[in-house]
Ligand binder design. Structure first.
Ligand SMILES: [Zn+2]
Length: 287
């Protein structure tokens, strides 16, 4: 059942747990996410990236999300969100198509410019009754980091003294700090700077969103939830599950040409990973 994201986040805040924000890009990924939410009686955030908009168009993917939510997840709260929205055009388009939350990613700009641009996006979204997530600091990914340089990450992380000003001036509703998690999955390099998170929490009282959580250890995630994380983004892990299962299924029967058959194990593999995350975040049975 589609709801405004604020309902989901408020309940998570009161209950001290986090909700998964899972990326979808097509019908099958959407089915996997929303079926698992229904089965686990878990609230869920389903999100798309600008790459998915390019791939499927806002209207088409939004209609898939809405109809699957209606048919396959009638008893659990579902909210639609755009992850790493960089263009105002896309932000506007998703709001028009029923999204109740947008991430405006101005992290590539200098501090002052990030504030001005994020505030602009927030003003627009708020007029439309939509939640806004802002990002400060660089959440690095496979593209912009060399695995051998992992120890230098702290320079790119959110500075606690800037976080308070950023949140106040932009008037965002949720905050994505850079605290050590990275986009993509890294071999043993990711560690959340919990002390930094605690420090930010002292002055920033709005809910935190953890990006790049696919490769973060369970205990680290749990501690981050205790330190104010209410939304955890999962993308890479799901794509991995989908693709690895597909490769295996196709290799097992090279004669099979029915996608309605060979995509099923991919959906199921994703569901297993999503359930594991919902249990870890504490959102299972919270619908
Ligand atoms: Zn992210």
């Amino acid at each position: 059942m589609l709801v405004h994201i604020k309902e989901i986040i408020q309940k998570a805040e009161e209950g001290g747990y986090a909700v998964g924000a899972f990326n979808t890009f097509n019908l099958e990924t959407t089915q996997a996410i929303l079926r698992t939410a229904e089965e686990n009686k878990s609230p869920v955030i389903i999100q798309i990236s600008e790459k998915t908009i390019k791939y499927a168009s806002v209207k088409v993917i939004a209609e898939i999300m809405k109809s699957v939510a209606e048919v396959e997840a009638p008893n659990v709260p579902v909210a639609m969100h755009i992850d790493h929205g960089k263009s105002m055009e896309n932000i506007k388009a998703v709001i028009e198509n029923g999204f109740t939350s947008v991430h405006f990613d101005g992290s590539e700009f200098e501090y002052e410019e990030n504030i001005v641009k994020t505030k602009e996006a927030a003003e627009y979204a708020h007029e439309k009754g939509c939640f806004v997530q802002g990002e400060l600091g660089t959440i690095v990914g496979a593209k912009n980091i060399n695995q051998n340089e992992l120890e230098d990450l702290s320079e790119l992380m959110t500075k606690p003294e800037e976080a308070q000003e950023f949140v106040e001036r932009t008037e965002i509703d949720t905050f994505a700090p850079s605290v050590g998690a990275m986009h993509g999955m890294f071999k043993g390099g990711e560690k959340i700077d919990q002390e930094r998170l605690k420090k930010i929490r002292e002055s920033v009282k709005i809910p935190f969103v953890l990006h790049g959580a696919s490769g973060v250890a369970k205990e680290d995630i749990k501690e981050a939830i205790q330190n104010g994380v209410r939304v955890v983004n999962i993308d890479t892990r799901l794509r991995k599950e989908f693709t690895f299962a597909l490769r295996e299924t196709l290799a097992q029967d090279i004669e099979e040409i029915d996608a309605r058959k060979f995509l099923v194990p991919s959906i199921e593999a994703m569901q297993k990973a999503i359930k594991e995350k919902m249990d870890l975040f504490g959102s299972t049975n919270k619908a």
